[in-house]
Design a protein around this ligand. Structure first.
Ligand SMILES: *[C@@H]1O[C@H](CO)[C@@H](O)[C@H](O)[C@H]1NC(C)=O
Ligand SMILES: *[C@@H]1O[C@H](CO)[C@@H](O)[C@H](O)[C@H]1NC(C)=O
Ligand SMILES: *[C@@H]1O[C@H](CO)[C@@H](O)[C@H](O)[C@H]1NC(C)=O
Length: 508
């Protein structure tokens, strides 16, 4: 879209930004806790909330393209939640998500009227056997499935522009319309930033929650591998895939995390192994304003650079704030003797493992469908070749899909790469954190995503500031497997002390 048009649209949006605030309940920016309060004090119904978000989607989605499908059943689900509440039977599970509209990334399967396509035309019309594990948990918690969020198509495996897919088009950043919303969970980040949903789910293989959360000024939690089930999620690699919340506040993200973690027989090995990390009583107990006190936070060399000076100064202030709140911040740490060399080797070994794992796991996903227009990775490649215009093959080709197709299972090369990644983690991030007894390392945006990805470590991104154009940036707290409780404490304490997040401005 031409920039003049963007300016005109931005002006219109600025005018309507104040609308929808009527009727006693403040819909804009409403948190999960405020929503539940509104339900219980009678100023809000789930139906009214769904109507508000459907209205927001109707108004904003032509511009932002964050929502790929709206659930035709959402209002009925909301009415059901309202009826349950009136009967006093709606609090059976005590879940704070009861009646709360949730948007799911388009690679998270739902067995309902919604399609699950990972942004791809090739999967349109496919029918899944059952809800994804995380979707089933949200339904049991009483959440309303509002729809599916757009995503970069097939994530890393169609390396087209961030936020673009053949089905969804180009998602836009609601802060600066001409800037990237990042990917692959672009729609989830954009939608929750622009209040087109109460909360959203994204998925990450390497950066896909942390980056779009940073660029859309929301909180993203990338959980420990296996803490959340990957069953029914269109896969990239079981070695790295994870599902997590993308929300406007840390506490919202933690309420969603509480609802989606846990064992799933359909992803038994990973969820079984990670179950030991789930704390008794859930994660909300770690929403502690003093959560930075006594924490040891490492600042690895090589990440706080390459940003403009105002941004670096902002990060410096944030480190000072952490110290003021009682954290021990240890600067100038080295993850490796040569960080560039480490990251280069990680990308290369990660790529080798990912290509083979992708072929195996996407073929397994497709084989498990009740109906699908495509049955294998080879079919997807052929489909794209038959639809070169829609799939923008001339611009981007499909080299990664073709490379994945040429692999032949997990052989000696892949096994060596996977072994090497374990070593790089053990001698890198894990060693650093153990040696200095760190509770977290911090870095800008998603810059440490690969260090976390290769060993299933968790990370939380929190809004950290806006550059001179108004484009958001975040700060990431990364830890070792199972460190969610302390990461939540630090992220929450930081958020409450800094309160950086502002609603989007829709600047051109
Ligand atoms: C009901 O709860 C909402 C918070 O969700 C609050 O803004 C509102 O003032 C409350 N109204 C009454 C009448 O208690
Ligand atoms: C799912 O895709 C089909 C096309 O195959 C379309 O007709 C239908 O409207 C889609 N469902 C929703 C909820 O958008
Ligand atoms: C670090 O590694 C990179 C990439 O392998 C290399 O280009 C660079 O020269 C190395 N730097 C030092 C100081 O050894």
């Amino acid at each position: 879209m031409a920039s003049l048009q963007l300016q005109a649209v931005a002006a219109v949006l600025a005018l309507v930004a104040g609308a929808g605030a009527a009727h006693g309940f403040e819909f804009h920016e409403a948190t999960v806790e405020a929503i539940q309060l509104g339900f219980s004090n009678g100023t809000l119904t789930s139906t009214a909330l769904v109507r508000f978000y459907l209205d927001q989607i109707g108004r904003l989605n032509p511009l932002l393209r964050a929502v790929i499908e709206v659930n035709p059943d959402a209002l009925r689900q909301a009415q059901h939640a309202d009826a349950e509440r009136r009967r006093g039977s709606g609090t059976a599970t005590g879940s704070l998500l009861r009646g709360v509209p949730v948007l799911l990334k388009d690679n998270i399967a739902t067995r309902d009227a919604l399609n699950t396509t990972a942004g791809s035309l090739a999967l349109l019309g496919s029918v899944v056997k059952r809800d994804a594990g995380v979707a089933a948990r949200l339904r049991r918690a009483g959440a309303v499935v509002l729809g599916k969020a757009s995503m970069s198509e097939w994530a890393n495996f169609r390396p087209v522009e961030a936020g673009w897919s053949a089905r969804g088009g180009q998602a836009r950043n609601p802060y600066v319309l001409s800037s990237t919303p990042c990917g692959s969970s672009a729609g989830s980040g954009v939608a929750v930033a622009a209040k087109m949903a109460a909360v959203t789910l994204g998925t990450e293989t390497d950066g896909s929650i942390l980056c779009p959360s940073s660029f859309n000024s929301v909180v993203g939690i990338k959980p420990t591998l296996g803490l959340t089930s990957r069953a029914g999620v269109v896969p990239i690699t079981p070695l790295q895939d994870t599902v997590g919340p993308m929300c406007r506040t840390v506490s919202d993200a933690v309420h969603v995390l509480d609802a989606i973690v846990g064992h799933d027989a359909q992803d038994a090995a990973a969820t079984g192994a990670a179950s030991k990390y789930i704390p008794h009583g859930g994660y909300t107990q770690f929403l502690n304003k003093n959560g930075l006190k006594g924490k040891r936070i490492g600042v690895p060399n090589g990440f706080f650079q390459g940003y403009d000076q105002t941004q670096l100064n902002t990060y410096k202030q944030h480190l000072a704030t952490m110290r003021k709140l009682g954290a021990v911040v240890i600067e100038k740490l080295d993850v490796a003797a040569n960080l560039t060399a480490l990251l280069v080797e990680i990308y290369s070994k990660e790529g080798i493992a990912m290509q083979a794992e992708f072929k195996l796991s996407i073929n397994a996903y497709l084989a498990d469908l009740v109906y699908s227009p495509v049955h294998s990775l080879a079919d997807i490649i052929a489909f794209n070749n038959k639809h070169p215009v829609e799939e923008r093959l001339k611009d981007f080709g499909q080299p990664d899909l073709i490379a994945a197709q040429s692999t032949n299972g997990i052989g000696p090369v892949e096994r060596a790469a996977i072994r090497r990644l374990k070593e790089l983690n053990a001698n890198g991030l894990e060693k650093l954190m153990m040696e200095h007894q760190l509770d977290a390392i911090v870095a800008p945006n998603s810059d440490i995503s690969s260090l976390l990805a290769i060993s299933g470590h968790p990370g939380i991104v929190v809004p950290a500031g806006y550059d001179e154009k108004g484009f958001p940036f975040g700060i990431c707290f990364g830890g070792l497997q199972g460190y969610e409780p302390r990461l939540i404490e630090m992220a929450y304490s930081f958020e409450q002390a800094t309160k950086v997040r502002r609603p989007p401005m829709f600047k051109p």
